[in-house]
Design a protein around this ligand. Structure first.
Ligand code: NI
Length: 148
């Protein structure tokens, strides 16, 4: 493998045995790949705690368009946050229900707040925020959640 740095790791035999067992169950063929994924997870965890981290993502909403002023509220909030919304896709699921997918970008905290604001609208039945960090390509998601 090109372009890698080899490191040596010292482990107690019992810990290594448990690690190998865990890797086997997950279908890993090599310890290196298992350790790489653990490091990626740890770094992703760090990103996930950083409200300033720039993220791209999607917010998927399922809502009942007949409930109250859900359509107006959704439009109004999206216009307020227009700098975070690249595009939206709307699918009419049946007589009452719609699915809307928003392509969003911004700081983690901003997207989190944006999704929460949309989720809290009366008539929104389910909502899910999925985020990816463009620099590390780690992905995170929140939801699905139910709202009445
Ligand atoms: Ni619709």
């Amino acid at each position: 493998m090109d372009n890698v740095t080899r490191i040596g790791v010292s482990l107690e035999p019992e810990l290594l045995e448990k690690f190998d067992h865990s890797l086997g169950k997950k279908g890993y063929n090599s310890r290196s790949e298992g350790i790489r994924d653990l490091i990626r997870d740890a770094l992703a965890e760090e990103e996930w705690k950083n409200p300033e981290q720039f993220m791209v993502g999607t917010i998927t909403l399922i809502y009942d368009h007949e409930v109250g002023s859900v359509k107006e509220r959704l439009t109004s909030i999206q216009h307020d946050k227009h700098h975070h919304v690249s595009t939206t896709i709307h699918v009419h699921l049946d007589q009452d229900r719609c699915m809307e997918i928003l392509l969003v970008s911004g700081k983690l905290q901003e997207l989190h707040d944006f999704a929460n604001e949309l989720m809290s609208i009366k008539g929104v039945l389910r909502a899910k925020l999925t985020m990816a960090s463009p620099t590390s390509t780690h992905m995170h998601h929140i939801g699905p959640r139910h709202y009445k």
